[in-house]
Design a protein around this ligand. Structure first.
Ligand code: PAF
Length: 299
């Protein structure tokens, strides 16, 4: 490993400079030094384009562990053939600065060849939970996510790993993955960060034109309204969702990939919200594909 990688993490706090660590060996050396000092370690996996949502994950990690690793890796395996990885927003220096100011101790930003060296042929898949919602519309996406998350967990061996509830399906899939594979890590879910008008903070919001940005909060408003309609467990969820889809189209969204009320633990589509449930949607607004979800309040 390069000495500068580990040294960057050993500087006293306040003088620390978040020099990206590029190798698995460098990451492991830093983690080993922290473990020797009896420190606990959190991992926050990201694809960069850091925003308030990511920073809330770093805050959550900081309050639970002595050391916080943020990984920054735009994972090619989770982008479909029609999804343009090259246009994914990227500014590593800006990200490093924000993360350092929020209390990250180490930025792990490996090149693609470090994560997927020549001859890499392994895929980690989680069935059932990945088949509905985004899984139906983004073939191969979750296999890409679970493969890279498994690698990151094995590379960093953290005590906890922190994920946002905005990608609620991803959060459940990762929880199942670590349970099924006995990976010794606690998966912590953090509530979605929203703009003052309710729009979930997302890297993809940069694709919205000013007019679309004005329309975008209709997604959260509609999900909240659908959740209100089905709360109590007696209203037909399909009817409420049909109403919600009309509301989204009226606000300028389309096509709508899905709007569904699902069991909050299994993601099974519900006809009545008679158990813990969430409302999920994914819909296009101009060039952006926005996703969001809200809990159905128990009455
Ligand atoms: O949520 C994301 O940003 C990505 O799916 C993740 C978890 C970093 C894996 O690439």
């Amino acid at each position: 490993m390069m000495m500068s990688e580990a040294n960057a993490t050993n500087l006293p706090s306040g003088m620390r400079s978040l020099v990206p660590v590029r190798t698995v060996a460098g990451l492991r050396e830093a983690v080993r030094a922290w473990r020797t000092a009896g420190q606990s370690v959190a991992l926050v996996p990201t694809m960069g384009a850091i925003h308030e949502g990511h920073l809330s994950l770093v805050h959550a990690a900081r309050t639970r562990c002595d050391r916080v690793i943020v990984s920054l890796f735009v994972n090619p395996k989770q982008f479909g053939v029609t999804e343009d990885i090259d246009s994914y927003p990227a500014d590593e220096a800006r990200d490093a600065d924000l993360l350092e100011r929020t209390g990250a101790d180490l930025l792990f930003a490996p090149p693609v060849g470090e994560v997927y060296p020549d001859g890499f042929v392994t895929t980690v898949t989680v069935s059932h939970l990945t088949e509905g919602l985004c899984g139906r519309f983004r073939p191969g996406h979750f296999a890409g996510v679970t493969t890279v998350v498994t690698k990151l967990l094995l590379q960093a061996a953290p005590d906890i790993a922190v994920f946002g509830e905005k990608d609620y399906q991803q959060l459940l899939v990762v929880r199942r993955l670590v349970r099924d594979l006995d990976i010794p890590v606690d998966i912590v879910g953090v509530p979605t960060v929203r703009e003052s008008d309710g729009l979930a903070v997302s890297s993809r919001n940069v694709y919205l034109s000013p007019v679309e940005r004005q329309a975008a909060p209709a997604l959260f408003r509609t999900l909240t309204a659908v959740a209100g309609r089905v709360a109590g467990g007696s209203t037909d969820c399909a009817e409420a969702c049909a109403w919600g889809e009309d509301a989204l189209r009226a606000a300028g969204f389309g096509p709508i990939d899905y709007l569904a009320v699902c069991d909050a633990a299994t993601l099974e589509t519900l006809s009545r919200a008679d158990r813990p449930a969430r409302v999920f949607a994914a819909a296009r607004l101009g060039k952006a594909r926005l996703i969001d979800n809200v809990a159905v309040q128990r009455t």
